[in-house]
Design a protein around this ligand. Structure first.
Ligand code: SAM
Length: 426
């Protein structure tokens, strides 16, 4: 049984959890229910997606989110595209929170009298049952222009198997296909899906719309992590890009860094080579590596410099190269550390040897050295604290870091480029 409510008529009575999303404008508070908060899409991501959707020419009809949770993405689509939305949510309190959140966003954007708001709905019920959902809206012929799906996944699931998604992908696609003549969909999937699982998703999509246009999108908010993995389909896919990487900036005011590629990613392999003084070492963004767009990015950041990969997996992909990287302000966010090797340290770093590193750092006029390799969690803060304290009081005016060469025990002391030179090339 499906029950529809218009956000304009929604009541917040009974909803107790209300929170400020750290990425939303101050004062725009969202309701959550049944532990919906951790499932909710961060406002900034939701808003960026909605802005990306604005670039596409959508058919008439609802913007549908058939598992809308707290309705954050739903509300972002509604306010950005100024089009009526239709949210569907199985859990009654979450459906109620969604309707209230759409209204909060309309109030925040002073749109309470706009047609898009007055004609929006949230339905409590099964989002795979298209007929049931649409018939709950009352008389009239309703159509859908775009479908968004962000299915629930069991928390702490290790496998992230496709069968664990609720609602199941194939049932959503089969249920709504008759209402999407010209498909336009965004599937918001687990960022941990393997390449085989991505193939499985494509097989499910092809069973409904064979050969439909598609663009995979990896979104990262930094810290080297892929935060979202999405598949844009049909009318909203980029015909010139099979893959896209989006690095979300820390501020809502800045534009994201977007890289695209039509090509199948080239395999990147680590090669054994001894570290050398004078070469450059860069620790790059692990999420960019995971997206398969690293090679494209390096064509711009390190032109004519093939480089040597020392490490391609884990949190700190490490590239050795002959010339400084060429970075603009956007691509700088994809570099954890970059610099020129000035010393190879052939002793293990611990509390008894940290003073030796300080001496060497001072010989190179370093006023700060960051440890950019994995150390025991109890040792890292002690060593970093000692380095910070000892170097701060001395004469160094340059910045550096220590990276570990993956083969052998050797550590590399690197000097970062000076800020004056950093504007275009470091
Ligand atoms: C990851 S959450 C969506 C979060 C949402 N994007 C937001 O911004 O708040 C997925 C939601 O799907 C709901 N769900 C699961 N099975 C469903 C079904 N068959 N029909 C409708 N909703 C369903 C869950 O209750 C959950 O709230």
């Amino acid at each position: 049984m499906h029950q529809a409510v218009r956000p304009v008529d929604a009541s917040a009575v009974g909803l107790v959890e209300q929170a400020q999303d750290a990425t939303a404008p101050p004062g725009l508070l969202f309701h959550h229910a049944n532990e919906g908060r951790p499932l909710a899409t961060p406002w900034q991501i939701a808003a960026l997606r909605a802005q990306a959707l604005r670039e596409h020419d959508l058919a008439n009809g609802f913007i549908l989110d058939c598992a809308c949770g707290s309705g954050i993405q739903l509300a972002a689509y509604a306010a950005t595209l100024q089009r009526p939305v239709l949210g569907v949510e199985l859990a009654p309190e979450r459906a109620q929170a969604s309707a209230v959140n759409v209204r909060s966003v309309a109030a925040h954007t002073r749109s309470m009298d706009e047609a898009w708001f007055l004609n929006s709905f949230v339905v409590c019920g099964d989002g795979t049952d298209a007929e049931g959902v649409l018939s709950s809206l009352g008389e009239g012929r309703f159509s859908v222009s775009f479908l968004h799906l962000d299915p629930a996944r069991p928390r702490n699931s290790r496998t992230h198997a496709l069968e664990e998604m609720q609602p199941p992908l194939h049932r959503v696609l089969e249920g709504w296909a008759p209402y999407l003549d010209d498909p336009a969909l965004l599937l918001d999937l687990s960022p941990r899906l393997t390449s085989d699982q991505r193939d499985e998703v494509e097989t499910i999509v092809d069973a409904v719309w064979p050969g439909v246009q598609r663009t995979w999108e990896w979104t990262s908010r930094g810290r080297g992590r892929v935060d979202r993995l999405a598949l844009w389909l049909g009318r909203v896919a980029d015909p010139s890009a099979a893959r896209r990487f989006v690095r979300v900036p820390s501020s809502l005011a800045d534009a994201p860094v977007v890289l695209t590629s039509a090509a199948t990613p080239e395999a990147i392999e680590a090669r054994h080579h001894p570290p050398q003084r004078g070469e450059h070492v860069s620790i790059l963004d692990a999420a960019l590596m995971e997206s398969g767009l690293m090679t494209e990015w390096l064509r711009i950041a390190a032109p004519d410099d093939v480089g040597r990969w020392a490490c391609v997996e884990g949190r700190r992909p490490q590239l050795h190269h002959d010339r400084p990287l060429r970075l603009d302000s956007g691509s700088r966010t994809l570099v954890q550390a970059t610099g020129k090797v000035v010393e190879l340290l052939k002793f293990p770093l611990d509390e008894s040897t940290v003073d030796r590193l300080v001496e060497t750092a001072l010989e190179h006029r370093l006023g700060s050295v960051k440890l950019r390799y994995d150390l025991a969690p109890n040792l890292q803060p002690k060593l970093q604290g000692s380095l910070d304290r000892q170097l701060r009081r001395r004469h160094g005016d340059r910045q550096g870091f220590v990276a570990q060469h993956p083969h052998g025990e050797v550590l590399m002391l690197c000097v970062c480029p000076s800020p004056a030179r950093e504007t275009d090339s470091i």
